[in-house]
Write a protein of this length. Structure first.
Length: 269
């Protein structure tokens, strides 16, 4: 009920329209009706922006990028060349879509850069938090499917695919070429290794480290390396008692040693 009330309140705010004289828009770019383009926005050649979009000051959109209708992009967000953002998306301040993926080939002289010639695609109804990054693919596309919600400071690696309606808390990091299913939920600082495949509706608790694929739909995992959540909490209950258990075990060792010595002495009598 509270969420619905706040949505109504938000919808009552007047929507800004118009293009600032201080914005730079390349003559070949296409801007839809009823858009707002703030001061110092930079829109490169071949860009297409749908109707009703809001681009706050200092947004940068690279050549041939596409933005759907009714999307809002906050200050200092960057959409790199050729990338695509869908309808009704929200990109918060400092968000970067389509920067180069982390791809380098080791050589005798150092690391040689692997060109990242793919793109990043953000589908409809996606919200991405401040200073989060979705890297472009080596080839093909990094894809964030519809309805995904991403918190601040999240890293999505090159060639990843994030399933619809998945949510990620702050500081989640997903290495390259990983496929995440639909309706997954990741707590803060979850890390997933490269080339993993995560089933639908997987829940990963905060700081879980997932080194390989999770094939079970609806699995709940915790810990690093991540294990079944129930087993993790059972293990945690034991872990916190390890100092006392270790002391007790050492005492038992001493007592066993003493008993063995007594038995040896009796056997020699």
């Amino acid at each position: 009920a509270v969420a619905k009330l706040l949505q109504i309140y938000e919808s009552m705010k007047p929507k800004r329209e118009g293009i600032s004289d201080l914005a730079y828009i390349h003559p070949s770019a296409k801007i839809g009706d009823k858009c707002y383009v703030g001061p110092f926005v930079a829109i490169a050649e071949g860009v297409e922006i749908g109707e009703g979009c809001v681009l706050h000051p200092h947004v940068t959109i690279g050549r041939n990028a596409k933005v759907g209708s009714n999307t809002e992009i906050y200050s200092n967000a960057v959409i790199y060349h050729d990338c695509q953002v869908g309808n009704r998306c929200v990109l918060h301040a400092g968000c970067v879509i389509g920067a180069d993926g982390f791809g380098f080939q080791p050589t005798d002289k150092g690391y040689e850069k692997i060109p990242q010639i793919g793109i990043a695609i953000i589908e409809d109804d996606v919200e991405i938090g401040a200073n989060s990054c979705v890297d472009r693919a080596v080839m093909g596309a990094t894809i964030v499917h519809s309805g995904v919600k991403i918190d601040n400071l999240v890293q999505i690696g090159h060639n990843d695919e994030i399933g619809s309606h998945t949510v990620m808390s702050a500081q989640v990091g997903i290495a390259g070429s990983t496929k995440v299913g639909e309706w997954c939920m990741f707590g803060g600082q979850v890390g997933i290794a490269d080339h993993a495949v995560i089933a639908n509706r997987v829940m990963a608790g905060a700081q879980a480290g997932i080194p390989n694929s999770i094939k079970k739909e609806g699995a709940a995992v915790q810990g690093a390396p991540a294990i079944d959540g129930r087993n993790f909490w059972k293990s945690s209950a034991i872990f916190k008692n390890l100092p006392e258990m270790w002391a007790e075990m050492n005492q038992m060792r001493k007592e066993i040693k003493m008993l063995k010595e007594e038995l040896r002495m009796k056997s020699e009598e």
